[in-house]
Design a protein around this ligand. Structure first.
Ligand code: COA
Length: 317
């Protein structure tokens, strides 16, 4: 597999930490010190499917492929206004593609899971170009009265077009059932037969547990994929990590003992945009001419589940 195009799209509304101070008992100073986040983009009038389609079309333009040349769409999404059909079906129609689509919900780790699916589909099926779209609106999942969680997230879409190639050097996925660390439940439609109580509300998160799980599992994944690829941490040019908290990124940096310049960050401007974090950051790097042919990238993410994933990818675009 190799990546031949990237794209991203973000809502227009910028929500600064100062704006959160208007309705939460928080401060810019607390948020910046504990997370590194200064502002995030939040959906106001946009629809997620439009952001997702824009990101997809940008990735396709970057790759030089037409809608007819897309053989499969993998959409990573946790929630959107449609329960059904899957967001991938809606994106397919909006971008004018005709291929099959598949939605996955692996929370913030979705892009790495999608890369793994794409790798095996390209190897085993008669497919040339696969479009991966990660589109998330965590702002619609939050309890905006819970200052320990709602300050962390933003909305965005990130996309990539992948084709046959040998740039994927190692990949590892894992899931450890730890629902209580981070979850959201919702009430479904009532039925005449229902006898149980159901709960509703925003995301429930144990921030400290998630922090510790994120660091320990990312370190393990990174160690494993480096071993699988037969290279060392020094051989990696850029660590493109899930953008959740700059302190998590610093803890990982400390573990691999690499220079800070190898850890690009955009969470200061966008917060945690779930599975869109890595593809949108890749797109920022790609469009900012920050990626060189032949560079080795290490991608690593974690999210609700608890899901984790990491891979080593040569950049050859
Ligand atoms: N503003 C001001 N104070 C806040 C606050 C906010 N936005 N959020 C929490 N606090 C308070 C707490 O109430 C607590 O007060 P107390 O000591 O009086 O009880 C204090 O700050 C410390 O809280 P704590 O939870 O220990 O802070 P922390 O250093 O662990 O940071 C997180 C909290 C959420 C930023 C951090 O744990 C984190 O980033 N975890 C990972 C979450 C994540 O990445 N989730 C997504 C995974 S994909």
């Amino acid at each position: 597999m190799r990546i031949i195009g990237t794209g991203s799209a973000r809502p227009s509304l910028v929500v600064t930490n100062a704006m959160l101070e208007n309705f939460l008992d928080t401060s810019d100073e607390w948020i910046v010190t504990r997370t590194g986040i200064h502002e995030r983009r939040v959906i106001s009038s946009e629809n997620l499917e439009d952001l997702a389609s824009t990101a997809a079309l940008r990735a396709m333009e970057d790759a030089g492929v037409t809608p007819e040349q897309i053989d499969f769409i993998i959409c990573s999404n946790v929630v959107n206004e449609y329960v059904t059909p899957g967001l991938g079906c809606i994106i397919q129609g909006k971008i004018g593609a005709t291929c099959p689509t598949m939605d996955i919900n692996c929370a913030c780790t979705g892009f790495i899971y999608a890369l793994d699916i794409a790798e095996s589909y390209l190897a085993t099926k008669d497919m040339k170009n696969i479009l991966i779209v990660c589109a998330e609106e965590p702002s619609r999942m939050m309890n905006w009265k819970d200052r320990s969680s709602c300050i962390l997230f933003g909305d965005a879409a990130g996309a990539a077009v992948v084709t046959k190639g040998d740039d994927l050097k190692a990949i590892r996925l894992s899931t450890h059932c730890k629902v209580e660390a981070l979850y959201q439940k919702r009430k479904l439609q009532p039925t005449p037969f229902l006898t149980k109580e159901e709960s509703d509300g925003g995301v429930v998160m144990n921030g400290q547990d998630v922090f510790k799980l994120a660091v320990s599992s990312s370190i393990k994944d990174i160690d494993k994929v480096l071993g699988m690829a037969g290279i060392t941490a020094d051989d990696i040019d850029l660590y493109v990590l899930h953008q959740a908290n700059v302190r998590i990124i610093e803890a990982i940096q400390h573990f691999v003992k690499q220079d800070r310049s190898k850890f690009p960050v955009n969470l200061n401007k966008y917060g945690n945009v779930s599975s869109a974090s890595i593809p949108a950051l890749l797109d920022d790097l790609n469009r900012g001419n920050k990626l060189r042919t032949g560079e080795m990238l290490l991608l690593s993410a974690f999210g609700a589940g608890f899901t984790t994933g990491a891979c080593i990818l040569r950049w050859s675009k």
